[in-house]
Design a protein around this ligand. Structure first.
Ligand code: THU
Length: 160
């Protein structure tokens, strides 16, 4: 038997002013996307902005449905939009912001498990890390240098 430690490196920024120009721009784009979210049931609006290596920015937001489980997260809307429009393009980074109509979201909102799994497929295929930036409506921003660092012991096609 052996105990192991798994560590994840992340950078915590106090606010958007501490980010690089590119990262701040992408966070702003995610917030722009968030304003168009369709989340009448949860009232939790999420926006995602993806920067491709050709400089293109792809936006997505959560889309809900009266049949609740049929909705989709912002991150997957954005990554599938990117994958379907630019199948050969690499993803450099994704920024995510979230705001609730019920309460002030003042801590970083990380991507859900299903979104991490979905994004990992793209990181593995492109053989280059995807940087992840996420925040709430206000407050700190978390940045990690790769998606897989958020998904230890992940499932991938090698098991199939
Ligand atoms: N949501 C996202 O868009 N991304 C996440 O990573 C977590 C949750 C959405 C799904 C749903 O529309 C709402 O937030 C509340 O769960």
């Amino acid at each position: 038997m052996k105990k192991i430690n798994i560590t994840t490196k992340a950078i915590l920024f106090d606010d958007i002013s501490q980010l690089s120009k590119e990262d701040a721009f992408l966070i702003e784009k995610a917030t722009e996307a968030r304003q168009k979210a369709y989340a009448p049931y949860s009232k939790f609006n999420v926006g995602a902005a993806i920067l491709l290596d050709n400089g293109e920015v792809i936006l997505g937001n959560n889309q809900e449905s009266a049949a609740y489980p049929s909705g989709m997260c912002a991150e997957r809307v954005a990554i599938w939009k990117a994958g379907s429009e630019y199948p050969n393009m690499k993803v450099k980074k994704i920024a995510i912001t979230a705001a609730s109509e019920n309460t002030k979201v003042d801590k970083p909102v990380g991507p859900c498990g299903a979104c991490r799994q979905t994004l990992s497929e793209y990181e593995i295929n492109q053989k280059e890390p995807i940087q992840i930036l996420f925040m709430g409506e206000v407050g700190q921003i978390v940045k990690t240098e790769s998606l897989l660092s958020l998904l230890p012991f992940s499932f991938d096609s090698s098991y199939l």
